[in-house]
Design a protein around this ligand. Structure first.
Ligand code: FES
Length: 653
């Protein structure tokens, strides 16, 4: 008679196997994604499966007693000691006896799909560079006097097909006591190199290690540093947080930081120290928030613009301040966290930096390309990542162009009179009634609008503290739509606009959104200076996008993806009213959240994506806005709201 048929769900993979074949073996042979850390020894419990019994049209009735073997002693011991969810079995112990349908629950799949929230999101397939392996190492004896490390390497070769490993001195010093304490059974954390080099031994524990394995995805911006703390097994983001980049005190934007380094001997070193200290602090606070030991963070992936990149690495950025804007290196980098003085992570943690595209177009743009994949789009997509420098990509399957445009920090709430970083208490949404000219707003930390019941109580904790980047974008666009601003950006007086909210401010006017001065609180208004800062920022953004469109030979795009590091997602409508982006049907504008941070997260969770982006970056055409005379022309014309000459027919609809 035929061997039993084994069907795995959800993959649908199937095959016939001799009676007595362990389920894990069958899964491996069929290429079913079933996890195992202990290699089938009944210790790690990663291989759990759920046999299905009942009627299956394909092969009749599967009845419980015959389909799988009875519990063996290993499985029984495991169950007694640690318990198993009802109906679950250990795939490495249960053997096939008759036709059977076997379900692999998501926790038992290594290459889990992690679904992202954003509208344009694709899923991330888990396959991180760092993984755990349980091994049994042969004991030494007088006849086989090899070193413990060499026997450990042999065990990895034989039990996990890992060809070669390297170990730092700091892990070598732990090796002998750990091997003996674990009675020659140990768990190791290995960092696999995506360029096929030897794997790096990051840590070793006696017996089965059941602690966490975490990684950081860091978007190092000129104004804010944002980071996600991720579980490297489940792919979940445990928490996300951000801090101001302390380099701001050396200069608001990139070029002023480069000049600081040029004018002050040792200035670059001060900035390097400042950013490394900030990242250490951020790591510490994320770990505390998530309740994990920062020593269980084994990896960090960092994306940043070229100047941040050099300053982080301790490279003087002087060459980036002048043509031809040569980078010290544009390749991706795999470094030790220790070399970057990241003292809060695991001692042997690894850091991966995405490649830079060019002297002005950095690893952050590469991360946006990895996250939004313009090169895989059939229609022509414009991706705009709004920050102190905007990363702009335009492309489709035939060609991708990239540039970076110096928008300044206004979009991140800096250089704005009541501006602040996106944090609880910051106004993130604004609406102005076109008739009464009265505003209503929402702050970060509550879903209620300021005129809804319960708002005051909800806002009591944080207070109403200022306005963040997405808030100022909406405020200015709403002011334009309510007729408080003309197309040159001039705020009208109370007489001209008919609202006492337009107050004198020096020789110009300001519009008051929230005034709590009577209670000792802040005055949150939009001043003429704020409008000018937003106009400069949006003109730079638009000019960059137009430059890429010129190069591509088009005067319109099919789709726009708006991304930004912080705060609420940027509202497509308001971005278009301001003329931040070219005219396109509103339902073709998508908000993607922090695309650069997401790119970092993808590179952290999936080793193959690192090779992918390294190849993609080589195919992107970079445009230097700094030396392009057309840039200035586009910039001036884009100063009007929405634009002096370019039509915006979609806005009229
Ligand atoms: Fe580890 Fe089954 S593979 S318990």
């Amino acid at each position: 008679s035929q061997d039993p048929l084994v069907v795995f769900t959800p993959s649908g993979k199937r095959g016939r196997f001799p009676v007595g074949t362990p389920v894990l073996t069958a899964a491996r042979q069929l290429g079913v994604d079933l996890d195992s850390v202990c290699g089938g020894r009944g210790i790690c419990s990663k291989c759990q499966i759920t046999p299905s019994y009942g009627e299956f049209s394909k092969f009749g009735v599967v009845s419980e007693p015959e389909a799988l073997s009875d519990w063996n002693s290993v499985e029984q011991r495991y169950k007694d000691k640690r318990g198993l969810i009802d109906g679950r079995r250990l795939g490495c112990q249960a053997t096939v006896q008759a036709d059977i349908v076997i379900d692999v629950p998501p926790e038992s799949q290594v290459h889990k799909q992690v679904v992202r929230k954003a509208a344009t999101a694709r899923t991330i397939i888990m396959d991180p560079a760092t993984r755990l392996y349980f091994i049994e190492v042969e004991e030494p004896d007088m006849h086989e006097p090899t070193g413990d490390l060499e026997r450990l390497a042999r065990a990895l070769r034989e039990q996990w097909q890992i060809a070669d490993i390297r170990a730092d001195l700091s892990v070598l010093t732990k090796l002998q006591p750990v091997l003996r304490k674990g009675n020659w059974q140990v768990t190791v954390a290995l960092y696999r190199d995506h360029h096929e080099g030897p794997a790096r031994l990051l840590d070793i524990w006696p017996g089965l290690y059941e602690g966490g394995l975490y990684g950081l995805a860091i978007d190092l911006g000129s104004t804010t540093i944002a980071a996600h703390l991720c579980d490297l097994v489940s792919g979940q983001v445990l928490c996300s947080s951000g801090v101001m980049n302390p380099q701001i005190r050396f200069g608001e934007d990139l070029m002023s930081r480069v000049s600081y380094a040029m004018m002050n001997p040792g200035g670059d070193k001060d900035m390097t120290r400042a950013v490394r200290t900030a990242i250490n602090g951020l790591t510490q606070s994320l770990s505390t928030e998530a309740g994990i030991d920062p020593a269980t963070i084994f990896e960090a992936v960092i994306v940043c613009n070229p100047v941040m990149h050099h300053l982080l690495l301790g490279i003087d950025p002087v060459e980036l301040g002048q043509a031809p804007f040569a980078l010290a290196t544009s390749s991706s980098l795999s470094l030790r966290a220790k070399d970057l003085e990241f003292t809060t992570l695991n001692d042997r943690a690894q850091v991966y930096l995405l490649p830079c595209i060019a002297g002005h177009v950095g690893a952050d743009a590469a991360a946006v390309a990895l996250s939004e994949e313009p090169g895989k789009s059939k229609d022509l997509v414009l991706v705009v990542d709004v920050g102190t420098n905007a990363e702009i990509l335009l492309g489709n399957t035939t060609r991708v162009l990239a540039c970076s445009s110096p928008t300044g920090p206004a979009f991140e709430g800096a250089q704005i009179s009541a501006g602040q970083r996106a944090a609880p208490g910051a106004i993130e949404r604004v609406e102005i009634d076109p008739v009464t000219k009265e505003p209503r707003f929402r702050i970060i930390g509550t879903d209620l609008w300021s005129d809804e019941p319960g708002f005051a109580a909800a806002a009591a904790g944080s207070g109403i503290t200022g306005i963040c980047g997405s808030g100022i974008i909406e405020a200015v666009a709403e002011m334009r739509m309510a007729g408080l601003l003309d197309d040159s950006g001039l705020i009208g007086s109370a007489d001209q606009t008919g609202t006492p909210r337009c107050i004198p401010e020096g020789r110009t006017h300001a519009y008051v959104i929230h005034d709590a001065r009577a209670d000792g609180g802040p005055l949150i208004s939009v001043t003429q200076g704020d409008i000018r800062a937003i106009q400069l920022a949006k003109s730079a953004l638009y000019a960059g996008a137009r430059l890429l469109m010129d190069e591509m030979g088009v005067d319109k795009v099919d789709r726009v993806v708006l991304a930004g590091a912080f705060g609420a997602h940027i509202s497509p409508k308001h971005a278009m009213v301001l003329g931040m982006i070219p005219d396109v049907p509103l339902d073709k504008v998508f908000s993607a959240g922090n695309a650069a941070g997401t790119g970092a997260r993808i590179a952290l969770c999936n080793i193959a994506s690192r090779a992918e982006i390294e190849t993609t970056v080589g195919q992107i055409t970079k445009i230097e806005t700094a030396i392009e005379p057309k840039f200035q022309e586009h910039f001036v014309a884009a100063n009007a709201i929405p634009h002096k000459t370019d039509p915006f027919p979609e806005l009229a609809k």
